[in-house]
Design a protein around this ligand. Structure first.
Ligand SMILES: [Zn+2]
Length: 254
């Protein structure tokens, strides 16, 4: 099996993205190569890396602000990436100005997504706990139930006391409800699976996403935990070769 990509920046603090070499060559070698299409494509790659998935939504105003492209130039670049190069698929969502983007492979097909590789039913319990902890911004479950299930602060209701906030129980027994959450707060009772949780949190943050996006983000999280690299999620350990070079650098005379 050959490596799908290498990452020269493994041992630095810089954020990185992975990219398809054929896609970039296609962009750069076309007869009427458009620099603005390249700018937009790189911007979309970075967005995909941040979301950890090839499907994500961006507001046109944010793209304009962040890329410095004028609206007409941006519209042309988006149309070229979608029509001429077939490297993206873009559709406007119900919210005006908010677009759903999908990065495609060099043939204009969908990139295989993490959906294909992660089975929620067989996730290790530690991974499930890590997911909820990550999404809730804590390093571990702050409490456990008497029967050993992790308990978190529920993000779906506002309680009068800290104790009443800590009511989100996650099932991790590997059985029917493995990975699902339920809030025991009297007025809340929110419950669901991993994707429901992701969608619920996004809605709470006023940045709603659909099931497909949520599914990809959730699965990208688990893939990332296993591989530490998917669409440029930063690996935690330096590449062995780089580590070796760093050690030797003392010996290199300047
Ligand atoms: Zn709740």
């Amino acid at each position: 099996m050959s490596a799908t990509h290498t990452n020269l920046y493994r041992s630095t603090d810089e954020d990185t993205v992975s990219l398809s070499i054929p896609a970039v060559i296609k962009l750069l070698t076309s007869d009427d190569m458009s620099p603005t299409a390249v700018v937009l494509y790189v911007h979309l790659l970075i967005a995909a890396a941040r979301y950890g998935a090839p499907v994500f939504r961006l507001h046109t105003m944010d793209i304009l602000a962040q890329t410095g492209l004028s609206r007409p130039t941006f519209l042309k670049a988006r149309a070229a990436l979608q029509g001429e190069y077939r490297l993206i698929h873009a559709t406007e969502t119900k919210k005006q100005g908010m677009w759903l983007f999908e990065l495609l492979n060099v043939n204009g097909d969908s990139i295989p997504t993490p959906d294909l590789h992660v089975n929620f039913a067989t996730l290790p319990a530690a991974d499930v706990v890590a997911f909820y902890a990550d999404r809730l911004g804590v390093s571990e479950a702050p409490d456990t139930t008497a029967d050993g299930f992790p308990v978190f602060d529920c993000p779906f209701h506002v309680a009068a006391t800290p104790k009443k906030q800590r009511t989100l129980r996650v099932t991790t027994d590997g059985e029917e409800h493995h990975g699902r959450f339920i809030c025991n707060g009297k007025k809340c009772r929110r419950k669901g699976g991993l994707i429901d949780f992701e969608m619920g949190l996004a809605a709470e943050q006023k940045q709603p996403i659909n099931r497909r996006e949520a599914s990809q983000r959730v699965r990208a999280f688990f893939i990332g935990r296993r591989q530490n690299e998917w669409l440029g999620v930063k690996p935690e350990t330096p590449h062995p070769l780089l580590a070796e070079l760093t050690e030797r650098s003392d010996e290199i005379p300047f």
